[in-house]
Design a protein around this ligand. Structure first.
Ligand code: SF4
Length: 355
C-alpha cells in the first residue's frame, strides 16, 4: 500500500464510523444474515431492502429453516424483488451447506465460492465482514468510487486478469479491518460518491480525488453500452369459474420460473383483442370460439432489467370447460391466490382488482 492508499483507506474508515447508517445486518457477524442482506441488496435499495431482510429473517432465521422450506414459500417472501433465480440459488445453497458442511456456513472465501449462486462479490463481502478475511469487494458502487479517486477509465465487468480496478481495490484494502473497509467504501459510494450529483464539495477525499482535480467526475466511471431491451406482449386470461381462477406454475428457462400466473398468450407485437380472438393461439386455448372477454385492461408496462413486458388482462366468464388446456391449470379460489408466489406484474394487477 502506498502512503496515499493508506491515507485514503484511513479517511474512508473514519468517515464510515462517523456516518454509517444504522442497518440491521450491521449489528451481526452471523454469516447467514450477512449473506441474506448482501443478496437482497444486489436487488434493491437499502430502504426497501430492510423490509425484505426482516421478512426473510423472520421466516427463515437460519440455514436449516431456509433449506427445509418449500421453494414456493421462499419465492413468496422474495416476491417483488425480481431475479427469482437468486432466491432459488439461496435455497439450493442452504441445502448444500446442510448436506456438505454439517449445517454450518463455510468460513472462507474459497469454500463460499463453491456454493450455488455465490460469486466473487458475495464471497468477498461475507468472508470479510463475518470472518475478517482480507478480500476486497468490487461491486458497482466500489467500481465507481475507485475509478473516480484514481482516474481509471475502465469499463465494469472486466475478467480478473484485466481488472485494474480490482487490483486497486486490493491495494486499497485495510488488511487488518477488511470488513469495515469494504463496508466503508460501499457506504461511501451509496451516500457521497453517488452515480449522479456526488457530494464533491463536502467530500473528505476531495484533495486525493483525481476525477475531482481533473474535472472528470462526469466522465467517470466508464459505463457499459446500454444493452437493448427486448419488448414482449403478454395477454393474460383471468378465467373465472365456480372453483376460482385458473393458474399454473411457470416452468422452462424463461423469466419467473416457478412463479404462478394466469393462462397466457404471448405475441411478438401488440395486437387488438379482436385480432387476438381470430388468431390460432386463441383457438388453441379455447375450445368454444364464442368465448369473449367481458373486460380487457389497458396495456400495463412492466420493466425488467433486459426486457419490457407489455401486458393486458382479459377477464372471461369462460368456464374452464371451454378451455382447451384446462388440465395443465389449477383452479384456485381468489383468497388463496395471495399465498402463492406470483410475478410483481400480477401482484400489482390483483391489488388493483381487489381495490
Ligand atoms: S471528490 Fe467527488 S468524485 Fe471524488 S471521491 Fe469525492 S465525491 Fe467522489
Amino acid at each position: 500500500m502506498s502512503i496515499s492508499e493508506v491515507k485514503i483507506s484511513d479517511i474512508l474508515a473514519r468517515w464510515y464510523l462517523d456516518h454509517k447508517r444504522d442497518l440491521p445486518w450491521r449489528k451481526t457477524k452471523d454469516p447467514y444474515a450477512i449473506w441474506v442482506s448482501e443478496i437482497i441488496l444486489q436487488q434493491t435499495r437499502v430502504v426497501q431492502g430492510i423490509d425484505y431482510y426482516h421478512r426473510f429473517m423472520n421466516r427463515f432465521p437460519d440455514l436449516q429453516s431456509l433449506a427445509e422450506a418449500k421453494i414456493e414459500e421462499v419465492l413468496k417472501v422474495w416476491q417483488g424483488l425480481g431475479y427469482y433465480s437468486r432466491a432459488r440459488n439461496m435455497h439450493a445453497a442452504a441445502w448444500q451447506m446442510i448436506t456438505d458442511h454439517g449445517g454450518v456456513f463455510p468460513s472462507t472465501y474459497q469454500e463460499m465460492l463453491k456454493l450455488k449462486g455465490i460469486g466473487p462479490y458475495t464471497a468477498a463481502a461475507v468472508a470479510s465482514i463475518a470472518f475478517n478475511e482480507p478480500r476486497a469487494v468490487v461491486d458497482g458502487n466500489i467500481h465507481r468510487v475507485i475509478a473516480r479517486i484514481f482516474g481509471l477509465f475502465e469499463p465494469p465487468g472486466q475478467v480478473p486478469a484485466k481488472c485494474g480496478i480490482c487490483r486497486k481495490a486490493e491495494a486499497l484494502l485495510d488488511r487488518a479491518e477488511p470488513g469495515i473497509h469494504n463496508q466503508a467504501v460501499m457506504e461511501f459510494g451509496a451516500l457521497v460518491c453517488t452515480p449522479a450529483n456526488p457530494s464533491c464539495r463536502s467530500c473528505p477525499l476531495q484533495k486525493h480525488c483525481t476525477a475531482f482535480g481533473k474535472h472528470l467526475v462526469e466522465e467517470l466511471p466508464v459505463r457499459n453500452k446500454k444493452t437493448t431491451q427486448k419488448h414482449r406482449y403478454f395477454h393474460y386470461f383471468i378465467v373465472h369459474s365456480a372453483e376460482g381462477i385458473l393458474i399454473r406454475q411457470r416452468t422452462g428457462k424463461d423469466i419467473w420460473q416457478h412463479l404462478f400466473e394466469f393462462p397466457l398468450i404471448e405475441t411478438p407485437r401488440p395486437v387488438s383483442p379482436g385480432r387476438l380472438m381470430e388468431s390460432t393461439s386463441w383457438n388453441q386455448l379455447f375450445t368454444d370460439s364464442r368465448v369473449k372477454p367481458f373486460k380487457v385492461s389497458k396495456m400495463i408496462k412492466h420493466t425488467l432489467t433486459h426486457q419490457v413486458i407489455h401486458a393486458k388482462f382479459y377477464h372471461l366468464d369462460a368456464f374452464p370447460d371451454n378451455f382447451a388446456l384446462k388440465s395443465s391449470f389449477q383452479e384456485v379460489p381468489l383468497a388463496e391466490l395471495g399465498k402463492l408466489p406470483v410475478p410483481k406484474l400480477i401482484e400489482n394487477y390483483l391489488e388493483i382488482l381487489i381495490d
